[in-house]
Design a protein around this ligand. Structure first.
Ligand SMILES: [Zn+2]
Length: 73
């Protein structure tokens, strides 16, 4: 059941991957590509790191505060 909840997408075509317990691999429903679980997890970790970096950059960007003065009126 543990693997059922993981919704990985195929790095090749973006299709849904399902875990083939016989092979212990993630198999793409669309293009039939096979990936090691660690391989796909590493890919996703890399993407998450990039997304986090992006979010940090966006949060660091100062927002305009001009609206405050307008609301006083
Ligand atoms: Zn695929």
């Amino acid at each position: 059941m543990a693997f059922e909840s993981i919704n990985y997408q195929c790095p090749a075509c973006g299709g849904p991957l399902h875990f083939a317990s016989a092979e212990q691999k993630l198999v793409c429903d669309y293009c039939d590509s096979r990936f090691e679980v660690e391989e796909v997890e590493a890919l996703y970790r890399e993407r998450q790191d990039k997304a986090d970096a992006k979010a940090d950059a966006a949060a660091a960007t100062p927002k305009p505060v001009a609206d405050d003065a307008v609301q006083e009126l």
